[in-house]
Design a protein around this ligand. Structure first.
Ligand code: PMP
Length: 462
C-alpha cells in the first residue's frame, strides 16, 4: 500500500502520477518523460507547487476560478451541506433547497426570460443536454425533422461525444468518428487568421452570412439550432468583428431556429458583465453555463432555458434525460455561495470597470513587442498573436504551435500560467485581480516574450 501525501518529494509524486494517471488533452509519454508539475495549494491568484514556487495563475485554473482561490466561505458551505444533505436526486417527484435556491438565483441573474435551468456537472454534458433538448422541443412542436445543429469551425463545446461534435476542433474530430450525425459547421469570425485583405467588418458580415447560406442549403425545416460561444475561448480568445453578432442575431430572428449561446467561459463576469450575451447584445433561447458558476470549487454546469422552450418541454410529457448529479446539493450550495460573493463584493463590476479596463490598456501595449501581431482583450480575457511579420500577420514557418509552446514554457519558468493555442498566447485570470497583480502578470509576460524572442532567434525559427 502506497500512502500518497503532500509531504512526498516531487519526483515520487510525479512518478506515481505517470504510473497511474491519464491526463486530459495530453501526450502521455511526453508528459511522463518530463514529469507533471504538482500543485499543492492556492490562495487568491497564486498557486504553490511542490517545489515551493509561487505561480501567478493568469488562466484562473481552466477559465473558471473567477472569485480566486481559498475562499473559506465556500468550504464552510460545502461542509454544512454535506452534513445536512450530501446527496439527493431531483428525478422522482423530489427536489431540495440548494437546487431551488440556485435555480431561483440564476433566473434572477440571467438576461431576458432565461428563467429555467436544467443542471449538469459541467459544460460538455450541459451541451449534450442542449442537443437532446432542442430536438425534443421541435419534435414536441410537430417538427421532428428539425434535427440539425449548426456550429462553427474552431469552436469548443466540450469533450463528450455530443460536445466534441458540436465543437469544431479538427484534431478532436480526427479521433473517434466525430462529429455525430446532424451537426454541421460553418466558418469562424477569426479575422486575424482568416480575414486576408478584407476589413474586419466586411469579414465579420461574410462569416455571419454563412449561417444564412447554410440554413438555405439544408432547408429551414431541417435546422434546429445554431450554437456559438459569444467569444471563442479555447479556439484562441477570438473576439469577433463588431459586425458579426448583430448579423447572426438578425439571421436567427429571421428564421425559425433556436440560438444557443455557450457561455461556459463568458458567463459570470468574464467579459465585464454577468454574461457575454449582455456584452455582445445577444438574445439566446438557451445558454450553456459552467465554470464560473461555482468558480470551479465544485463541478456544476447547466442549460439556462427561456420561457417558451421550457413551456414546450414541460408540456410534452417526460423528457427522458438526466444525470445522477444534476443539481447535486453540495455543488449547488457552493455555486449559490459563489454567486453571493460575486454579487455582494461587486466582482463583476470590478472586472468591468476596474480590472478589465486596466488589463486592456496594459495588454494592448504588448502589441509593440517584436514578436506580437495583435494584442486584444475583452473584460478579463485576452489574446496575443505571435508572428514573424506584424504587417502581413504571417504564420511562422515552423509547425503551428512551436513558438507558442516555447513561450508557454518560458512563462512557466517565470512563474506565470499563460496558455498557448497554436502560436497565440491567451489569458483569463481570476476576476479579482487588482491592478498591482496585473502589473506583475504583464511584467512576467514581457520577460517571457523577450526570452522567447531570444530563443526563437537563436534557433533560427524567425
Ligand atoms: N463549452 C465551452 C465554451 C468551454 O470552454 C468548455 C470547457 N473549456 C466546455 C464547453 C466544456 O466544459 P467542461 O470541460 O466543463 O465539460
Amino acid at each position: 500500500m502506497v500512502y500518497v501525501s503532500n509531504q512526498m518529494r516531487t519526483e515520487e509524486l510525479a512518478a506515481l502520477d505517470a504510473a497511474h494517471h491519464l491526463h486530459p488533452f495530453t501526450n502521455g509519454d511526453e508528459l511522463n518523460a518530463k514529469g507533471a508539475r504538482v500543485i499543492l495549494r492556492a490562495k487568491g491568484v497564486t498557486l504553490t507547487d511542490s517545489e515551493g514556487n509561487d505561480i501567478l495563475d493568469a488562466m484562473a485554473g481552466l477559465w473558471c476560478v473567477n472569485i480566486g482561490y481559498g475562499r473559506e466561505e465556500l468550504a464552510e458551505v460545502a461542509a454544512r451541506q454535506i452534513r445536512e444533505l450530501p446527496y439527493y436526486n431531483t428525478f422522482f417527484q423530489t427536489t431540495h433547497v440548494p437546487a431551488i435556491a440556485l435555480a431561483t438565483k440564476l433566473a434572477e441573474l440571467a438576461p431576458g426570460d432565461l428563467n429555467h435551468v436544467f443542471f449538469a456537472m459541467g459544460g460538455s454534458d450541459a451541451n449534450d443536454t442542449n442537443i437532446r433538448m432542442v430536438r425534443r422541443y421541435w419534435a414536441a412542436k410537430g417538427k421532428p425533422e428539425k434535427q440539425v445543429i449548426i456550429s462553427r469551425k474552431n469552436a469548443y463545446h466540450g469533450s463528450t461525444m455530443g460536445g466534441a461534435s458540436l465543437g469544431g476542433m479538427a484534431a478532436m474530430h480526427k479521433q473517434g468518428g466525430l462529429p455525430i450525425p446532424n451537426i454541421v459547421h460553418i466558418g469562424q469570425p477569426h479575422w486575424y487568421a482568416e480575414g486576408g485583405e478584407m476589413s474586419p467588418e466586411e469579414f465579420g458580415l461574410m462569416r455571419a452570412r454563412e449561417l444564412e447560406e447554410k440554413i438555405a442549403e439544408l432547408g429551414e425545416g431541417k435546422v434546429a439550432a445554431f450554437i456559438a460561444e459569444p467569444i471563442q475561448g479555447a479556439g484562441g480568445v477570438v473576439i469577433p468583428p463588431e459586425s458579426y453578432w448583430p448579423e447572426i442575431q438578425r439571421i436567427c430572428d429571421a428564421h425559425e431556429i433556436l440560438l444557443i449561446a455557450d457561455e461556459v467561459i463568458t458567463g459570470f463576469g468574464r467579459t465585464g458583465n454577468w454574461f457575454g450575451s449582455q456584452t455582445l447584445n445577444i438574445r439566446p433561447h438557451i445558454m450553456t453555463i459552467a465554470k464560473g458558476l461555482s468558480s470551479g470549487y465544485a463541478p456544476i454546469g447547466g442549460s439556462l432555458v427561456c420561457d417558451e422552450v421550457a413551456e414546450v418541454l414541460n408540456g410534452s410529457g417526460e423528457f427522458a434525460h438526466g444525470y445522477t448529479y444534476s443539481a447535486h446539493p453540495v455543488a449547488a450550495a457552493i455555486a449559490l455561495e459563489n454567486l453571493r460573493i460575486l454579487e455582494e463584493e461587486k466582482i463583476v463590476e470590478h472586472a468591468g470597470t476596474v480590472a478589465g479596463p486596466y488589463l486592456a490598456e496594459k495588454w494592448a501595449a504588448l502589441a509593440d513587442h517584436p514578436l506580437a501581431g495583435e494584442a486584444r482583450s475583452i473584460g478579463m480575457m485576452a489574446t496575443l498573436a505571435l508572428t514573424p511579420d506584424k504587417a502581413s500577420r504571417a504564420a511562422f514557418a515552423s509547425d503551428e504551435g512551436t513558438i507558442g509552446l516555447i513561450c508557454r514554457e518560458r512563462c512557466f519558468a517565470n512563474n506565470l500560467v499563460m496558455r498557448h493555442v497554436g502560436d497565440r498566447m491567451i489569458i483569463a485570470p481570476p476576476l479579482i485581480m487588482q491592478p498591482s497583480d496585473i502589473d506583475v502578470m504583464i511584467e512576467r509576460a514581457v520577460r517571457s516574450l523577450d526570452e522567447t524572442y531570444d530563443k526563437v532567434k537563436a534557433e533560427g525559427l524567425l
